[in-house]
Write a protein that binds this ligand. Sequence first.
Ligand code: MG
Ligand code: MG
Length: 255
Amino acid sequence: MVTIKTKEDIAILREGGRRHAEILRVLSAMVKPGLPVIELENKAREMIDSRGDVASFLNFKPRGARRAYPAALCVSINDEVVHGIPNEGEKILKEGDIVSLDLGLTHKGLVTDSAVTVAVGKVAPELEKLIAATKEALMAGIKAAKGGKRVSDISRAIEMVGRRYGFGVIELLGGHGVGYSVHEEPCIPNYDDGDKGPVLKPGMVLAIEPQFNIGTKDVYLDDDDYTYRTADGLPSAHFEHTVVITKSGAEILTA
Ligand code: MG
Ligand code: MG
């Protein structure tokens, strides 16, 4: 069932989203060659804790997973698509990498979900293009999201941008409802899978999150049980905002 959030819920999500965006801005500014990834995780926890909020992903156990997620932040470098674990193994950012930072924040019991992909130092023009296209797809998806439209309108808008640039549009992963918990209905594929999906109604809160690959659309799950990687080992980018559907459009809560 797709839940409809109340006005009070949305006010809380708006404040949570504001805090969320601030954390992602600070983390993005930290990204540079030589940075140990654990420092991003530590900074995220410090900022969340100091404001009395909760890291939504930390200890979250998705259905079917063998273990709970061990970190507050997902840090996915290059061929890592999503759910890269920042506090296992020693990972250090290097010049030319691209890195996705994905955070879940619970403020007064309500969850926002947002991600950005950042270039580490100077990156290849093709990677700059991948980052720009994925961001453009997120904005196209958000623009397509309004009361009376369907989930598939978001999916198609995202897919069209990926196809136009010739990037791999991942089919195995996608966006989702959010707010009362980390993952809610509906699923929001990043491509047209032939299913129209539910009608969008004011008060629905959605995490829209295109992920595009330089090469193949195919991904696989790493042995760590969380990190998705591209099948061809080529880089992937990811952007995400939490939005609330209104009659006239979608308001970005994590801007
Ligand atoms: Mg996310
Ligand atoms: Mg998400």
